[in-house]
Design a protein around this ligand. Structure first.
Ligand code: ZN
Ligand code: ZN
Length: 363
C-alpha cells in the first residue's frame, strides 16, 4: 500500500498545475506533516512538479528516516531553515520559478529572506494548501474515531467520580491523566472546566474555584491520538439544579440537535447549520447570549476548516469532520454549551463523540 503522503502530494501537484505554479514552499508544520508524514516541528517542504524535499537540521535526520518516504532529505547545516529552503527552491526549481508560499505561516522577516533569495514571482497559496486537509481520508477517519472514543471514555470516567467539592483544575487534571491511561498522546487542547457563573465565560480557564452543589459545570475537552484531535463539550449538573438552569440546558440541547439535523453534504456552515442552531436560541429570547460560532472543522488541528459561524461559513462536503456547539451564557448566572464532533455524510452526519447529552445530575 502506498503511504497516504504520496496521494496527498499528488493532490498538491494538481493544485500547483491549476494555479500555474512551478512549486510551493510549505512552512506550516501541520501541512508539512500531512503532506510528508514528518512529525517534527522544525522543517519545510519544497514540492515541485516532480521533486519533493524536506529541509530540516541534524536534530531530526533520524526521525526523517523513520517517518518519511518518497521525499528527499535536504540537510540544513549552516544557514537558518528558511534561507536554506529558499536556496533549495532555486536549486531544484530553477531560476525564475513561480513559487507558492504560505503567507499566514511566514513572519515578515522570513518573507523578506524569501524575497531576497528567490528571483521569480511569489504567490500566497497558504489557504489552498491547508484546504487539501479539509476532506478526511480513511486513515485519518480511523484516528479521528479513536480520538473521539478515548474522549468519551475519559469524560465518562472522570464525571463518574463526582464533581461537587472538587476544583475545576483538579477535574481538568484528571481528564489529562485518563487520556494518558487510555493511550492517547495527550490533550488536543487545554480542557475548559467551568462551574456556575464562571461558565458564563465561554472560554474560561479552569481555576481553583470549587464546584458547589446546584451549579452547572461546562466541560470542553478532547484527546489527541497520533496527531488527530477530538472536541466535545457536555454541561453537567453538580447536584440538583434549579428549574431555570434545567430550562437553559434544554434550550441548548434543542439548538444543538437542530444544528446537527442541518449538517449534510451540500449544506452551508453559516446559512444552514449556524442559522438552524441560532434560530432556536433566538426564538427563546437568548439570541444575545450566544456570542460564538456554531462549529469548526477538526483534524490535525482542533480548529480548522470548514467554518460554521455566524460571520463565516463554508459549504460542507462528505468526509469533512466538524463540530456543532451552540451555547447560552448568562453573566453572573451560568453557561451551557453542548458540542459533538461529527463526520459529514451525503445525507446527514455521523456523531464521532457519543457521550449522553441529556442533563446528567452528578454528585
Ligand atoms: Zn470544544
Ligand atoms: Zn469546538
Amino acid at each position: 500500500m502506498t503511504h497516504p503522503s504520496a496521494t496527498r502530494t499528488a493532490r498538491l501537484r494538481d493544485l500547483l498545475e491549476g494555479l500555474r505554479l512551478d512549486g510551493v514552499l510549505v512552512t506550516d508544520p501541520v501541512d508539512v506533516r500531512y503532506l510528508s508524514g514528518f512529525r517534527g516541528d522544525d522543517a519545510t517542504l519544497v514540492v515541485g512538479r516532480s521533486a519533493s524535499l524536506l529541509c530540516t537540521d541534524s536534530r531530526f535526520w533520524e526521525q526523517v528516516r523513520e517517518e518519511v518516504r518518497e521525499v528527499e532529505l535536504s540537510r540544513v547545516t549552516s544557514e537558518p531553515l528558511l534561507e536554506h529552503s529558499a536556496h533549495e527552491v532555486r536549486r531544484v526549481l530553477g531560476s525564475g520559478a513561480r513559487l507558492g508560499y504560505q503567507g499566514a505561516q511566514l513572519s515578515h522577516a522570513s518573507y523578506r529572506t524569501l524575497r531576497r533569495v528567490h528571483d521569480g514571482p511569489l504567490r500566497d497559496v497558504g489557504r489552498a494548501v491547508t484546504r487539501l486537509r479539509v476532506v478526511k481520508d480513511e486513515a485519518e477517519l480511523a484516528l479521528l474515531r479513536r480520538a473521539a472514543a478515548v474522549t468519551d471514555e475519559a469524560l465518562g470516567r472522570v464525571v463518574a467520580g463526582g464533581l461537587v467539592g472538587r476544583s475545576e483544575r483538579d477535574v481538568a487534571w484528571d481528564l489529562r491523566a485518563e487520556y494518558h491511561r487510555l493511550g492517547a498522546e495527550g490533550e488536543a487542547f487545554a480542557a475548559i472546566v467551568a462551574a456556575g457563573d464562571h461558565a458564563a465565560q465561554a472560554h474560561a480557564l479552569p481555576g481553583e474555584r470549587v464546584i458547589r452543589a446546584g451549579e452547572l459545570v461546562v466541560i470542553d475537552t478532547g484527546a489527541r491520538v497520533e496527531g488527530y484531535c477530538s472536541d466535545i463539550t457536555r454541561t453537567y449538573a453538580a447536584g440538583e439544579p434549579s428549574d431555570e438552569l434545567r430550562r437553559i440546558h434544554e434550550l441548548v440541547l434543542k439548538a444543538q440537535l437542530a444544528g446537527l439535523a442541518a449538517v449534510r453534504a451540500g449544506a452551508h456552515g453559516r446559512t444552514d447549520v449556524d442559522a438552524a442552531a441560532r434560530a432556536v436560541i433566538a426564538a427563546a429570547g437568548h439570541g444575545d447570549d450566544f456570542g460564538h460560532g456554531t462549529g469548526h472543522g477538526v483534524g490535525l488541528e482542533v480548529h480548522e476548516a470548514p467554518s460554521l459561524g455566524r460571520a463565516r461559513g463554508d459549504r460542507l462536503e462528505a468526509g469533512m469532520v466538524c463540530t456543532v456547539e451552540p451555547g447560552v451564557y448568562i453573566p453572573g448566572v451560568a453557561g451551557v454549551r453542548i458540542e459533538d464532533t461529527v463526520l459529514v455524510t451525503a445525507d446527514g452526519c455521523e456523531r464521532l463523540t457519543v457521550s449522553p447529552k441529556e442533563l446528567q445530575v452528578v454528585g
